[in-house]
Ligand binder design. Structure first.
Ligand SMILES: Nc1ncnc2c1ncn2[C@@H]1O[C@H](COP(=O)(O)OP(=O)(O)O)[C@@H](O)[C@H]1O
Ligand SMILES: [Mg+2]
Length: 226
């Protein structure tokens, strides 16, 4: 994985959500922490082109997120904070197949890929279920499946365990631990990011910490007055 931010900033009308940021990311598991409204989601959305930089640029594995937007979407998948925003079709297997429809695959190839990804996340029994009836944990695993069916190399997760009970949180954390994709994980679960290769800390739209997890977590606790 090779992500370059080159003086990339984001403004929403008059408000600056992210100050110009120059940064290179190559580690496999990166945690992103910071208070609410500090710019974490904006930062993460820049990486797969969901948000475009107001100035500067972001380059992901050699692809510019604005000029090569389609290639960037294939490289980097994004798991939304709310999985209800990810799963849109009424039947789960149809929703998961949706991501493959733009590729030139036969019906049999699509069915095989959908089955394989459901097995990977331990949810083959949910294939024909109505998506609005799924539990929070089932929905989160379904969101993983719907994004990973297209085999992105980088997976960005925006607070993947925030809405889950303890049991489902453990399940989702075990699932993430077993992933061999590159992971960029926004989380308020400091124990989760403690084991990552590096942690980034945002405050007021600025990157204020970038280093080994224990140092950056200590910096965050200080900043939060905890
Ligand atoms: N679509 C938007 N329009 C206007 N302001 C936004 C939008 N998205 C985020 N912001 C603002 O940008 C700042 C950073 O937000 P965000 O990246 O969502 O922070 P975090 O994920 O750390 O909570 C906040 O002040 C937020 O209110
Ligand atoms: Mg956020």
């Amino acid at each position: 994985m090779d992500i370059h931010f080159e003086e990339a900033s984001v403004r929403y009308e008059a408000r600056t959500a992210l100050e110009p940021l120059t940064l290179r990311l190559t580690e496999r598991r990166i945690g992103v922490i910071g208070l609410n409204g500090s710019g974490k989601t904006t930062f993460a959305r820049l990486i797969n082109g969901l948000v475009k930089p107001s100035s500067g640029k972001v380059v992901v594995n050699g692809f510019d997120t604005v000029k090569d937007a389609e290639a960037v979407r294939a490289e980097a998948g994004f798991i939304f904070q709310n999985p209800q925003n990810q799963i849109i079709l009424p039947i789960l297997k149809e929703d998961i197949a949706l991501g493959l429809k733009r590729r030139k695959l036969s019906g049999a190839e699509i069915d095989a890929a959908v089955s394989a990804v459901l097995v990977r996340f331990g949810i083959p029994h949910l294939a024909d279920r109505r998506t609005h009836e799924l539990s929070g944990g089932e929905l989160q695993l379904s969101a993983f499946a719907s994004v990973l069916v297209t085999q992105p190399k980088i997976l960005i997760l925006d607070e993947p365990t925030n809405q889950l009970d303890l049991k489902n949180r453990n399940l989702v954390e075990r699932t993430m631990a077993a992933m061999d994709e590159n992971l960029i994980v926004i989380s308020h679960d400091l124990a989760l990011v403690e084991g990552f290769d590096k942690v980034l800390l945002f405050s007021g739209g600025k990157l204020v910490g970038d280093g080994n997890p224990s140092d950056v977590i200590a910096q965050y606790k200080k900043l939060a007055g905890a």
